[in-house]
Each structure stands twice: as structure tokens, then as C-alpha cells.
Design a protein around this ligand. Structure first.
Ligand SMILES: [Cu+2]
Length: 138
């Protein structure tokens, strides 16, 4: 016996609350201690899948990508400068972070985009020089 049509249709329906998924891509600027690009954009509430690639060819320093809040950037940056960029797992100032990444490798992190605003990102091993801004839109 066939199932009523409304059941069949119901099975394929997506919930209205399903999150938008946004893929972002960022790399180191070759052997420069900088991100490329240094600005990213995503909408608030989206599931962001961020890929970071270490595009260095000569330098063997490691990089990562981590997101913080504008009012915590300088304190966080100072701590990283003092402890060689070691990231404590439960630092509440860090909203999202990739693993540390070696030359030529690629790492990922997923997070839910925070409320609208401009959020700084940085590399914990180059906290003063390797920075950018994530624009979170409404
Ligand atoms: Cu770095």
C-alpha cells in the first residue's frame, strides 16, 4: 500500500530553521607574515566552514587562524607574544581557532558566526603582525 502523498512530501522538506552554510578560504600571504585576504565576510548565525592554507615556500614558521573580539585583541595578542603563541583550549576570548598549521598544509575550523559586527582574527604565533577582520553582517 502506498503512503499518503503528504507524508512523502514531508520527508524531503527542510526545516525553516536550517542554518546557512558559508565556506571561507584564507591563506598566509606566501612567505610574508600576513593573511591573504585580510578581510572576510559572513552573515550572523551562519555555520562557517573556514579553511586556512599555509602558503609559505621558504619560511618554516607555523601559523594558525583564530577569531576574537575587538576589545580583547590587544590583551590576547600580548599573552601570545609572551607565551610563544600557545593557545589555551578554554580561553573565553577565543571564539574559534584552527589547529596550528605547518608550511604547505591546510587546516579547518567550523563555528557559528557571532552577532553582527567586526571581529579581529590573528595568528597566535605572529599576534602583532598577522591580523585581519571578519565582517559579520545581519
Ligand atoms: Cu603566523
Amino acid at each position: 500500500m502506498l503512503a499518503p502523498l503528504w507524508i512523502l512530501l514531508g520527508c524531503g522538506r527542510r526545516p525553516a530553521s536550517e542554518r546557512q552554510v558559508v565556506d571561507l578560504y584564507i591563506a598566509s600571504d606566501g612567505d610574508f607574515i600576513a593573511f591573504k585576504p585580510d578581510t572576510l565576510t559572513c552573515p550572523t548565525g551562519a555555520l562557517v566552514r573556514l579553511t586556512f592554507h599555509h602558503a609559505g615556500r621558504l619560511v618554516t614558521v607555523r601559523h594558525n587562524w583564530l577569531l576574537t573580539r575587538a576589545d580583547q585583541l590587544e590583551a590576547l595578542s600580548k599573552d601570545f607574544a609572551a607565551n610563544d603563541g600557545v593557545l589555551s583550549k578554554d580561553d573565553p576570548r577565543v571564539l574559534a581557532a584552527t589547529p596550528m598549521c605547518d608550511k604547505g598544509e591546510t587546516v579547518m575550523v567550523q563555528f557559528i558566526a557571532p552577532s553582527p559586527g567586526n571581529y579581529p582574527f590573528l595568528c597566535s604565533t605572529h599576534p602583532e603582525d598577522m591580523r585581519g577582520i571578519l565582517h559579520v553582517t545581519k
